[in-house]
Design a protein around this ligand. Structure first.
Ligand code: C2E
Ligand code: SIN
Ligand code: SIN
Ligand code: FE
Length: 399
């Protein structure tokens, strides 16, 4: 969003300009989906609208205030203070009143709050004028405070050194206080929306992970296999240069690859020895059973997981199952997960086999490149080898 300066001469034209600017800011805030970027955007916009030098945000978290300092476009710190009326931000959050203080080093004597000079000392900064406004959500609840430091003349020279900032610092006008309050309320709504969205997303992803675990529960008693193979899949996807979004989709979709094992009888799945050809045929139905289960949803993530479930046992030379797909007929995510899954299966103990040594596994992968595995996927796997070994060591089976 471009920067429009608001000149506070009190005219009707100016009031209109401010309203228009606030509407634009509201739209920008409501379309931001990342929490950290949203916080930075709120402070950035507040700074531009009130011509101040710095801004910070306090978000209420139980009996604490989480503190985000934003200077320029950079996030400097992330710390917590107790929620109490003895701090300026705490007072504003608890009372819901704005405080517009011309000089925080010369506060009136009878007030309950004091200015905490520690942050100034730590950052080598000097705060003089300070405007603190509540972030009020539509139900009237105060969920935090927006704090703006050192109102400057729009015509100030840039950059200013800390001594000059104090010299140029002047009180915020009443109009600027109202503008900041309005912005802070919009920010409260945007913040709650992003937070809700993130909660829903993580609840959704956790549900999926739990269901994947339920499907594996009979033949694997820990979640480590899923954690490892989904991380391996992401590392390979990253080393292949896929987009962040594609990497994330593969990461979240890959744990569902064996959901179809739910349809395989215990007598086969848990057989302590090698399969007979008949048992093998039954076991080989698990990719299609998984696809049947997962393809019922239209979500992009579930569609991806259905494709992975269906194709993770295809082999590059066409000798895999269920469709005997060959080369690039096999969707890329299926080729990636095939390697991640086999690498981890070989490294793990199963009812029918012991765990292999790493050297033997790497040799096996090498020997089966071009036959079982896509050479480009193997190349990416080799580029990501140090990250893969990190995951291998990090998610070890207990005992
Ligand atoms: P899984 O145990 O997770 O193994 C996944 C894939 O890793 C296997 O797919 C295979 O490509 C590779 N793999 C695992 N162990 C070995 C091994 O000892 N040697 C070699 N060369 N490759 C291995 P695959 O073969 O299509 O098997 C799919 C699933 O069927 C396996 O998943 C496992 O649950 C089951 N399974 C396969 N063979 C047997 C068996 O002989 N006995 C039992 N009880 N289950 C088996
Ligand atoms: C995602 O896209 O990463 C997960 C959200 C979903 O598809 O429900
Ligand atoms: C890809 O993942 O880039 C292509 C594979 C597919 O979605 O079929
Ligand atoms: Fe499988």
């Amino acid at each position: 969003m471009h920067s429009l300066s608001v000149h506070t001469d009190g005219s009707a034209a100016e009031a209109l300009q401010i309203s228009q600017r606030l509407i634009q800011v509201g739209i920008a805030l409501s379309s931001e989906t990342d929490l950290q970027r949203l916080l930075a955007l709120i402070v950035q916009q507040a700074k531009e609208l009130t011509h101040c030098d710095r801004g910070s945000l306090f978000i209420r978290a139980g009996e604490e205030l989480r503190f985000f300092v934003v200077s320029g476009d950079k996030q400097l710190q992330d710390l917590c203070i107790p929620l109490s009326a003895s701090s300026i931000a705490g007072y504003v959050v608890l009372t819901g009143e704005s405080l517009n203080l011309p000089d925080v080093y010369q506060l009136p004597t009878h007030v309950p709050y004091t200015f905490n000079r520690q942050v100034d000392q730590q950052t080598g900064y000097r705060t003089r004028s300070l405007l603190t406004v509540p972030m009020r959500d539509p139900s009237g609840q105060v969920m935090g405070a927006l704090q703006l430091l050192n109102r400057l003349q729009p015509s100030h020279p840039t950059p200013l050194d800390p001594d000059q900032v104090v010299e140029w610092s002047q009180p915020f006008s009443e109009l600027e206080a109202r503008v900041a309050e309005s912005l802070a309320s919009q920010a409260a709504v945007a913040y709650q929306n992003v937070q809700l969205r993130e909660e829903l997303k993580s609840a959704h992803l956790e549900t999926i992970f739990c269901l994947s675990l339920a499907a594996e529960y009979r033949d694997q008693d820990t979640s480590f296999h899923l954690k490892r193979m989904s991380n391996y899949s992401r590392i390979i996807a990253q080393a292949m240069g896929l987009s962040n979004r594609e990497q994330e989709l593969i990461f979240y979709a890959s744990p569902m690859h064996d959901v179809g094992k739910i349809g395989i009888p215990d007598a086969i799945l848990l057989k302590p020895g090698r399969f007979t050809p008949e048992e093998r045929l039954i076991m080989n139905r698990h990719p299609e059973i998984g696809y049947e289960i997962l393809s019922k949803s239209d979500s992009e993530l579930m569609q991806k997981s259905a494709i992975i479930a269906l194709t993770h046992h295809e082999k590059f030379d066409g000798s895999g199952y269920p469709r005997s797909l060959k080369g690039e007929e096999i969707p890329l995510e299926g080729r990636i997960v095939a390697l991640a899954d086999v690498f981890d299966a070989l490294a793990s103990r199963r009812p029918y086999k012991e765990a292999w040594d790493l050297v033997d596994i790497f040799r096996w992968v090498e020997e089966n490149t071009g036959s079982h595995f896509d050479p480009q996927v193997v190349a990416a796997f080799n580029r990501g080898r140090s990250q893969i070994l990190e995951i291998y060591h990090c998610y070890r089976e207990p005992g």
